[in-house]
Design a protein around this ligand. Sequence first.
Ligand code: GLY
Length: 421
Amino acid sequence: MRNILVVGSGGREHALGWKLSQSRLVDKIFFAPGNGGTTNNVAISAEDIDRLAEFAKKNDCFTVVGPEVPLSLGIVDKFIGEGLNIFGPTKAAAQLESSKIWAKEFMKKYGIPTAPFAVFDNADKAKNYVKSLDYDVVIKADGLAAGKGVIVCSSKNEAFEAIDTMLIKQTFGNAGKKIIIEKKIDGVEASYIALSDGNVAIPMATSQDHKRIFDDDKGPNTGGMGAYSPTGVIDQDLADVIQQDVIDRTVESMKKEGIQFKGFLYAGIMISGGKPYVLEFNTRMGDPECQPILMRMDSDLYEYLKASSDGSLDNLPPISWKKQTAVCVVLASKGYPDSYSKNEPISGLENISGNNIMVFHAGTKRENGKILTNGGRVLGVTALGDTLQDAITNAYSAVAKITWDNKYCRNDIGKKGLAYL
Ligand code: GLY
């Protein structure tokens, strides 16, 4: 039996801990720093990797890293250097997410399908480049920007504004000192996440995120307002193509660069004309994709994360999944992704019960026995159903039972998937 340390405080981390707690191989689960829905919380920030290592050593933990920032800071390298067991990619492998320029150049070098692009650190040159193009563009900050560093432009003026935002106003700080200008590809977006041990990569279930704040995919991007799994947007033939041309090729090509990729490899895919294009890589589970994916997982998550870390995924059978669909509706604080209030008491959580529903906490805290809001994305109400429509109905009937002042959610999570059944 192993103790586990889950690093992070979001809905993804609550879901990882919840699923790991079902393993017969797992003893106690700690969360650092965790949230109002997690227990055994340890007051260490997800970025304080020295203190996390001390804690993991003292409590003999296998550590599972949820978010990208500690990965980009080298938490895995630090733990390995100290002889500690940890799941996730090294700092070098995490460059696939922490530098979009590194990732695009890597994709270009190894023929991984992605949109044409150019890199700039000078606003005038960037604008002249945009003027020379006969297509719309997407402008991306090179570094980590909490999901906000991507601006999809529908005109040259929007592109000029985005260039100014990043290179002149420096809204994203160092993350936006260099930018990518890439061709905007029209199509349907979906998430394809695999688990790799550095040699092989096995698929997780497919999913689709809802990144914009408002219904019908309107308004600014967020970290994700809901997701469902599996998605009909990726059928088996397309999944085979993505697995081979994106995931397997990436793991193989990383090896050619002298880097073993261990951990979750998340490809944000645009499907256009039946073909997949990589919009971005993440080197961790998606949030909120993690929540519906893990609701459907029947296999023991710990065994798979341990095998990823040990390089022994080959010895395990394919992951087994429930046939049902899972839908996660994110309940947010009104005003997110900009400013919003905190410390609102949440009521109705006690009215949610049953095996088919889980409320994963994200921006919450527990004070004097009460659960209060403590962030932009507050809860991920996740439900199973025999069909996508059933899962949507189950999720929204639970959503209706949970209330607080300034609660906001989208009302159309999963709806766009109905067209692909
Ligand atoms: N849901 C998108 C992400 O995790 O980056």
